[in-house]
Write a protein that binds this ligand. Structure first.
Ligand code: PLP
Length: 425
């Protein structure tokens, strides 16, 4: 019995080791177009695995509740300083272990149960952590959705003004997961001042574009606080942050992060975060510029090949994202993304503002993000090749296995991470 168990455990152990190897090999042959992901440079990847992954450091740098923290004190304060420098914020806390935790921490700091908040509906791009299914629901908040204008693919500011003045919310959440164009931060800030609300901008998707100077800087435009992930267009380790220029708001944010929402803040990610920030100070502008150029090129090329990219009248995109409404052509987004995966092109189906939540398993949209392929050195000409692959699968219904052969061949030349210490631009 004992030996049977042992061989069973050994089989599982080998399976896990094998699946790690296969994941690494498979993803190096894929075109990853998931808009919320990215890849760290090798130097940062190496810095991610260290003794720090076994340790605790509750509290703030140099003011901990634990002994043994002298090195993480230095590294955490360097990470805070560099991320603040890139964001133009005086107060930055990198302890949230994810963007979702950052949102929880921030909302918990500025609301009490039954307070009203405004955010975008999930179909209009709001993240689950902005909506009743996530943090605001858990905190017992009264969530109102901004009216969304499909024509400008943005918040309908006139209608929103009326609703905000009537409702008197405590927090106005901006930022989104489906995020093609800057949000009206200045307009929302002036309404917030009228009703005494805090403007919270969730920069998870666009952090790297903001830091690279290619997207609105929400703090400069009037947002009171920023929450974010650190691993989407900003290509750091998976994690989160909160930041502000208001000392008073920062006190509340820090309390939200610790002790409310975290105990251990997963220290091993902080060296990698600090190193990514350093890389970004050197290469961030060039990377962000190329990312936005690539998104625009991918959108234009797809559109000219007959793919239903949305927002042509608005120039398609000002971010890293490109969005298609495949339902327009009678195509199932679920089937399309599954076929793309068979061809080693990884992306996701997505609700669009004109969908109902009931369509969540087969919505109208597909969302693409070009930031990771940009990190691997792809430029406009490669975006044209990718557009052709997308057409082969989505429109021409070619055999995914055949397209996969071309995808693997194409990807072979883009293996080294650029815009980092170990890669050329
Ligand atoms: C706008 C937005 N905020 C927050 C998050 C959550 O980030 P995390 O996965 O770091 O919790 C996401 C995730 O994609 C997002 O799109």
């Amino acid at each position: 019995m004992k030996s049977k168990n042992l061989s069973h455990l050994e089989r599982i152990k080998r399976q896990i080791e094998q699946e790690i190897k296969e994941q690494n090999a498979w993803r190096s042959e894929c075109i990853n177009l998931i808009a919320s992901e990215n890849i760290m440079s090798k130097i940062c990847e190496r810095a991610y695995v260290s003794d720090f992954m076994h340790r605790y450091a509750e509290g703030e740098p140099y003011k901990r509740y634990y002994q043994g923290t002298k090195y993480i004190d230095d590294i955490e304060s360097i990470a805070q300083e560099l991320m603040g420098e890139l964001l133009h914020t005086s107060f930055t806390d990198v302890r949230p272990i994810s963007g979702t935790i950052a949102n929880y921490a921030a909302l918990s700091a500025f609301t009490k149960p039954c307070d009203a908040v405004f955010s975008l509906a999930t179909a209009a791009g709001g993240h689950i952590s902005h909506n009743p299914v996530g943090a605001p629901g858990v905190l017992g908040l009264d969530v109102h959705c901004y009216p969304f204008d499909n024509e400008i693919f943005n918040i309908d500011i006139d209608k929103a003004t009326r609703e905000i003045i009537e409702t008197k919310p405590k927090v106005l959440i901006l930022g989104a997961s489906l995020f093609l164009f800057p949000h009206p931060v200045e307009e929302i800030k002036s309404i917030a001042e009228e009703v005494g609300a805090v403007v919270m901008y969730d920069a998870a998707h666009v952090l790297g574009l903001i830091m690279g100077g290619e997207f609105q800087n929400p703090i400069r435009e009037g947002a009171d606080i920023i929450t974010s992930s650190t691993h989407k267009t900003f290509p750091g380790p998976q994690g989160g942050l909160v930041a502000t220029n208001h000392a008073d708001y920062f006190k509340g944010l820090k309390r939200g992060v610790f002790p409310r929402l975290t105990s251990n803040h997963h220290l091993h990610r902080l060296p990698a975060l600090a190193l990514t920030a350093l890389e970004f100070l050197n290469y961030g502008e060039a990377y962000a510029k190329q990312t936005v150029k690539n998104a625009k090129t991918l959108a234009e090329e797809c559109y000219s090949l007959g793919l239903p990219v949305i927002c042509e009248h608005l120039g398609f995109t000002k971010s890293h994202q490109v969005v298609m409404d495949v339902k327009k052509l009678g195509i199932s987004s679920k089937e399309a993304v599954e076929n793309l995966e068979r061809a080693n092109i990884i992306t996701n189906k997505n609700l669009l503002p004109w969908d109902t939540i009931k369509q969540v398993h087969d919505p109208s949209g597909i969302r693409f993000g070009v930031q990771e392929m940009t990190r691997f050195g792809m430029k406009e000409s490669e975006m044209r090749v990718i557009a052709e692959f997308l057409k082969n699968i989505i429109l021409d219904k070619e055999d995914p296995e055949k397209v996969k052969e071309d995808v693997v061949e194409f990807r072979r030349e883009f293996q080294e991470v650029k815009y980092g210490f170990n890669g050329e631009r």
